[in-house]
Ligand binder design. Sequence first.
Ligand SMILES: Cc1cc2nc3c(=O)[nH]c(=O)nc-3n(C[C@H](O)[C@H](O)[C@H](O)COP(=O)(O)O)c2cc1C
Length: 199
Amino acid sequence: MTIDFKRRLPEIYSNIDDTLESAKIILSEAVPNAKTLFHTPVVSTFNNGDITSRVMVLREFDFEKKILRFHTDNRAAKIDNINENSSATVVGYDPELKIQIKLQGQASVHINDSITEKAWNESTARSKKCYSVKDGSSKEIENAEEYDITDFEVEEGYKNFAVIIFKFHNLEFLYLKSSGHRRALHKWDSDYSCSWLVP
Ligand SMILES: Cc1cc2nc3c(=O)[nH]c(=O)nc-3n(C[C@H](O)[C@H](O)[C@H](O)COP(=O)(O)O)c2cc1C
């Protein structure tokens, strides 16, 4: 974990390449460092015609593959939502850095395959425990205490475990500073392109 990753970020953005480099530093740091605000970005997907958003823990950022990895319960509402419409947005803002990063792309669900197996094997017992909750999320219940996870076999949770791989095709970087706001859009269509936008 880089303790002083903030020192690697420039004060002034005059070169557009620096905006992408900063986004890479921030998202790489966000995976192991739970104190960074990008560790828990907001992930938005569609639920029929409505947009639905939730905070999720960022588990992996791979710039070469252009993916973010998230873990979830395969009984969650977002599983069906993503299977029906894969379009998704991930956004985070850190007021100390004054930087917002927004990514657009497609989400895909993995259940009981080589991706979930690897992710499960790399998870801590504390993370695995969440997947032992009975009935899965979003069910309406009378008594919340009945759903506290007390007696569980940690590996039993794997049957409820899912991985969401979000592949992004654009990244928008916004820096809000009184000396001059900066907004840059990086796109990976058939080729890479980037451009400043009016902030
Ligand atoms: C700090 C924090 C971290 C969270 N991390 C996750 C996560 O990694 N995966 C997840 O499925 N839900 C996570 N949640 C819960 C979601 O925000 C959401 O309530 C839940 O997944 C149900 O969403 P859904 O009904 O849209 O599927 C987290 C919530 C908070 C507040």
